[in-house]
Design a protein around this ligand. Structure first.
Ligand SMILES: C[S@@+](CC[C@H](N)C(=O)[O-])C[C@H]1O[C@@H](n2cnc3c(N)ncnc32)[C@H](O)[C@@H]1O
Length: 229
């Protein structure tokens, strides 16, 4: 029997080719995800951040509406948030992993442990939201809740940049993951990802490219404008 992966009542049945581990009903996806990233926080700190998102980052900052308060979701150990801070931006980093948040704070970045589907910040309190390589950890059935939160915290005309790994659509626990616990991934093809964005935001740009040669996944980069939900 395939147990659904979901935070609440939504049911997602991952395709068999992506699933090696079937979890019991008591499986808690959020604390399992936090445990995965807690365990590898110091490795990620040591590895640093790749430079292939630098131009996207520059472009995002140049287009920010007035206020320049930015929220990073799924911020990891905080390299990008630290860069925002160094640009004079009023940044807040959030992530599910307490160990990651400690490493953000060690860089001087204001940071909070938060689930991206339940951000807890005031309505219309950010000019921009940045989400790098984290939406693939949210089941497609639950992505609407994350997008509603992003829209809620953005000012009118606020910008949302999201970059996530794409490929043939499938979701489940990644069988070949070297992290323990192995992580949940939702990989979506470009048409699906684009249409998910279109149903919640004005899509200013959507592109996909392959920054790494040793993977069959590609990266989907989208610049979006708040829909004023
Ligand atoms: C692949 S890492 C990316 C980290 C960083 N953004 C980067 O690009 O290096 C994914 C991050 O998303 C976080 N994450 C996963 N699910 C989350 C959720 N529901 N809410 C907030 N953060 C989440 C993980 O803890 C992890 O730090």
């Amino acid at each position: 029997m395939v147990e659904p992966y979901a935070r609440d009542t939504a049911t997602v049945h991952p395709p068999a080719d992506r699933v090696s581990t079937l979890h019991p009903v008591s499986f808690d996806p959020l604390s399992t995800m936090a445990a995965s990233y807690d365990a590898y926080a110091s490795d990620r700190e040591e590895a640093g951040e790749p430079d292939w998102r630098d131009d996207i980052r520059d472009d995002f900052v140049s287009r920010l509406p007035a206020g320049r308060r930015v929220l990073e979701i799924g911020a990891g150990v905080g390299f990008t948030s630290k860069w925002f801070l160094d640009q004079g931006i009023d940044i807040v980093a959030t992530d599910l992993s307490p160990a990651n948040i400690e490493l953000c704070r060690a860089k001087g970045v204001p940071a909070e442990v938060r689930d991206m589907a339940d951000l807890g910040f005031a309505d219309r309190s950010f000019a921009g939201v940045w989400a790098a390589s984290c939406l693939m950890h949210v089941p497609t059935a639950e992505l609407g809740s994350v997008f509603a939160e992003v829209n809620r915290v953005l000012v009118d005309g606020g910008l949302f940049w999201a970059g996530t790994w794409g490929g043939p659509t499938s979701e489940g626990i990644w069988a070949d993951d070297w992290y323990e616990p192995k992580r949940f991934y939702s990989i979506r093809d470009d048409d699906l990802m684009r249409s998910l964005y279109e149903s919640h935001f004005e899509v200013l740009s959507f592109s996909s490219f392959s920054p790494m040669t040793d993977s069959d996944w590609h990266y989907q980069s989208a610049l979006l404008r708040a829909a004023g939900e």
